[in-house]
Structure formats: structure tokens, C-alpha cells
Design a protein around this ligand. Sequence first.
Ligand code: 5CA
Length: 161
Amino acid sequence: MTTLPDSARKVAEAAAALGLSIDMKLHEAATRTAEEAASACGCEIGQIVKSLVFRGAETGTPYLLLVSGRNRVDEAALAGAIGEHLRRPDGKDVRALTGFAIGGIPPFGHATRLFTIIDPDLLAFPLVWAAGGTPNTVFSVDPGRLAATIGARAMELKAQD
Ligand code: 5CA
């Protein structure tokens, strides 16, 4: 295997520790956004997992939303389901919570425990691609296995547009 950056190795090791089979790829091109990742992977944008960190506006509880690359989060509707409004933490807080920088945040292997919600649209694909810890690493995984392994709750969260 080609040498992976430290952050990507951490993600690969976390997957192994969870017993989750993933295929980590280091790309020449940036995969910082869902569009870039889809282009590098040669997949549909809907198959890209966006890992978005929020905090509860009242409790400060950290939430990780795993969202299909083609969807936008309906924050108001999700707030209704969760029971509190959400706010976006800044990059520094996201790094403290996850151990990774925005653009490379993986769906697991974080520095702290994050209540995780997964977009049901991702579960319709046989395979999805998520950030592997850096802005040019992406890995593929079976979304159902990913959700079951990390205990992500499937919850409708997309805005209708
Ligand atoms: N590697 C790609 C594809 S897997 C990736 O990580 N995409 S992402 O969507 O999960 O991460 C980028 C997201 O980070 C953007 O959609 C945006 O919502 C969020 N973001 C970008 N800048 C900031 C910022 N300054 N503060 C908080 N969130 C941000």
C-alpha cells in the first residue's frame, strides 16, 4: 500500500479496530468538497458522504450528520426531531471535537464521542465514499455496514428544493 498521511492512517486503523472493511485511496487532486470527491472517485455526487459537525444550540451536544453529497440539511426540521436548534461550530472547535480538519473529516475515529445521524439516501447505494482524514483521501464503504458499525441513526434530514 502507498504510504498514507498520518491522519488517513489513523482512520484506516480506526476502521480496522471497528472491524469495518474500507478501501482508502489517496488522490492527487483535492477531495475537499463533495464535488471534488465525486470527480476524483468517478462516482455520483449523491454517493459522497459529507461529514458535518453541529452542536445543539442549548446543550452544546455535538452531532455528526452524515449527509449525501447531493442533499442540503433542513436544520429547522432536524431541530424539531432532535429537540433543540443546531449551530455550526467553527473550524477550531470541529478539530477539537473530531481530531481532523474540515474537508477531511471522517465518519468515525474521532477525538470525542459524537451522536451520529445518517441520511437515509446514502443507505440506498451499494457503496459510498467518505473523507479519510485529509483533504485528498477518500474511502469507500458499504453504507449499511458503516451505519450499523458506528451506531448511526437513520433520520430524514434533507431540505426539499
Ligand atoms: N472531503 C469532502 C468529501 S467527503 C468533505 O469533507 N466534504 S464535507 O462536506 O464533509 O466537508 C466540507 C463541509 O465543511 C462543507 O460542506 C461545509 O458545510 C463545512 N465547512 C466548510 N467551512 C466551514 C467552516 N469554516 N466552519 C464550519 N463548517 C465548514
